[in-house]
Design a protein around this ligand. Structure first.
Ligand code: FEO
Ligand code: CA
Ligand code: CA
Ligand code: CA
Length: 599
């Protein structure tokens, strides 16, 4: 259906929406310009060679921008927005798109080592050009973090027997991070990043016989014989038959100090282990910090962590060192949602109950605090390392794939994307409830939480029930649905300085390209969703950053369509011609240099 041209006039969202499309391009709102910031393979650290698709090496990839950029953040180095550190997650590799003639049963050792180096994060110094985009520059800050970078495991489960391997008998040091999906900038200037679908890299779970270990693998989706990527052929740590605990060393929230290129990144065990989409921090009135995190799986949970320590203000290295310990000591909770409408009014179609809202109250159920467990049958270590199983015991609410969750810096409420859940209400699975109201939820929804940050009670409602606005089972914050853009499968959330919510999508089930949307959350235009840009076909929109005069998005897996591969590319974005597609970060700015979404 055509998008109505109405613009609205809420500061930050005052632009003409982009219509749904299937172009092999980034399509942006009228009156804006765009430019590539950095692409897979572009040089990051000193000595990096230029990218050559046909002559890739692991040594080069260790110094170049990694694959499949997801979360991105611009860490300001000054007050003007000119000097920034761009920090980016490289979530996963798609070898069939990275190498011509790739044999998935027999990858070469060099291909596997390239993949290890293509994971992790990049830190890149970027300068804002006058009335333009962001340009990477050589800098002492520039850094690649890969699957070969040493990390420190910290917090109450560090040193646990469940975390020890033959290479690390202390259970406190891990090489690398993988499947880093979403993330956030902390108020103290570091980056949090979530290890999400780490399960897929481990081989031979089937050969493990201990029943408790098997049950734990199963709950985390770790299964089968050979892994998809066959890394176990070249390093036994990916082979659970030889290293049964290596999988326990992934699935954490990691923290990276981009201001210190020599710092050792940290994995925080106190935030629990699951398929962390990401984590984001809010500072409570008393100075304690609260970290929210979603477990991106069908029927999994939303968590929060409340620190015991208080934040030190200012951005000195001293304050940062102190604040980087806050997420090691506190209490981990999981959420239970209770609707306020009769269950009989939640009919599974998305039809609003008679009180006119999907809403209610909720409770944070404590799981563990320091060395103390609140879950019968679980030690505190077991709560942190096998968090999903502990949360299963306490009656947490099974959600429709909790993705990114972030506090709104203007109104203080918490926003979470629930991307979709095709199994909701199917035989043997949880029925719809007021917080997840649709059977076979194809398009997802956006949850809004008014949380007593350090307390255990909250109020909630659904801001959006996504999909085609012409479909009766959708809801756009009560706004006139003839005036909104269709939106499907929300994944990442961000805010502009006015407190408008920006949402990027992954897997648009409306058959058009994914994109980035802006929506006011307060005032008369609450719920007026407007599409700001679309990404090339086959791509996912990730990691939106919205600053006063520039927006950036990660374009992940362009051209990843059924039947496509490096042998038969379905996209030639961004380089054009007959080039291979390259995941890249894009900047968008107003042609006249003015403020984003302001007339
Ligand atoms: Fe990697 Fe949950 O998206
Ligand atoms: Ca209600
Ligand atoms: Ca995501
Ligand atoms: Ca996703």
């Amino acid at each position: 259906p055509p998008v109505r041209p109405g613009r609205g006039n809420v500061p930050g969202t005052d632009f003409t929406p982009v219509a749904p499309n299937t172009e092999d391009l980034v399509v942006i709102a009228e009156g804006y310009d765009q430019g590539i910031v950095i692409r897979w393979g572009d040089p990051v650290v000193a000595g990096a060679p230029e990218f050559d698709f046909n002559k890739q090496t692991a040594a080069a990839q260790e110094k170049q921008f990694g694959y499949n950029n997801d979360f991105a953040e611009l860490v300001p180095l000054d007050g003007s927005g000119t000097r920034n550190l761009l920090v980016v997650n490289h979530e996963y590799t798609t070898e069939t798109h990275m190498f011509v003639g790739y044999d998935e049963n027999n990858p070469t050792e060099e291909q596997v080592r390239i993949a290890w180096a293509a994971h992790g994060l990049s830190v890149v110094y970027v300068e804002r050009e006058r009335r333009g985009g962001l340009k990477p520059k050589p800098s002492r800050y520039n850094r690649r973090i890969t699957l070969n970078t040493p990390f420190e495991l910290r917090g109450p489960a560090a040193g646990s027997d469940y975390l020890k391997t033959s290479v690390d008998p202390t259970g406190t040091k891990v090489f690398g991070t993988q499947n880093n999906c979403a993330g956030s900038l902390t108020p103290w200037g570091t980056i949090l990043s979530g290890e999400e679908n780490f399960n897929q890299y481990f081989a031979n779970a089937d050969s493990v016989t201990d029943p408790a270990t098997k049950a734990r693998y199963a709950r985390y989706g770790i299964k089968g014989a050979a892994s998809t990527r066959k890394w176990e052929k070249f390093d036994k740590r990916w082979d659970l038959a030889q290293e049964p605990n290596e999988a326990n060393r992934f699935g954490w929230i990691v923290e990276i100090d981009p201001h210190d290129p020599n710092s050792t990144p940290v994995k925080h065990t106190a935030l629990g282990r699951f398929k962390h989409e990401g984590a984001a921090v809010k500072i409570a009135d008393d100075g304690r910090v609260v970290a929210y995190s979603g477990d991106d799986e069908r029927f999994d949970y939303i968590y929060k962590f409340v620190s015991n320590g208080k934040v030190k203000r200012g951005n000195s290295a001293h304050a940062r060192r102190h604040n980087m310990t806050l997420l090691d000591d506190g209490t981990l909770y999981v959420a239970r949602f209770t609707g306020n409408s009769p269950a009989s009014e939640i009919d599974g179609t998305g039809k609003l109950p008679s009180d006119g809202a999907f809403d209610g109250t909720g409770e944070w159920i404590p799981l563990a605090s320091g060395k103390k467990s609140f879950v019968p049958g679980f030690t505190a270590e077991e709560v942190y390392i096998f968090t999903r199983l502990a949360a299963d015991k306490v009656g947490a609410t099974k959600m429709d794939r909790p993705e990114d969750i972030q506090p709104n810096p203007v109104n203080g409420r918490i926003y979470c994307a629930l991307t979709n859940n095709s199994n909701r209400g199917s035989t043997g699975n949880a029925a719809p409830d007021e917080a997840n109201p649709r059977v076979g939820n194809k398009h997802g929804h956006v949850l809004e939480v008014d949380d007593d940050a350090t307390g255990t009670k909250f109020r909630w409602d659904l801001l959006l029930v996504c999909g085609d606005p012409n479909d009766a089972g959708t809801y756009f914050g009560g706004f006139d649905k003839s005036q909104v853009s269709p939106i499907s499968c929300p994944d990442n959330v961000a805010f502009d300085r006015h407190g408008n919510l920006w949402i990027s999508t992954d897997g648009n089930a409306l058959k058009s390209n994914d994109g980035l949307f802006a929506v006011p959350v307060d005032g008369p235009e609450r719920g007026r969703v407007k599409q700001f840009l679309t990404v090339p076909h086959g791509a996912e929109t990730c990691g939106p950053v919205v600053r006063d005069t520039v927006v950036t998005v990660s374009v992940q897996h362009p051209g990843e369509l059924d039947g496509a591969s490096a042998d038969k590319p379905a996209s030639h974005w961004p380089d054009g011609g007959d080039s291979q597609p390259r995941p890249s970060v894009v900047a968008v700015w107003r042609k006249d240099g003015g403020e984003i979404g302001r007339r």
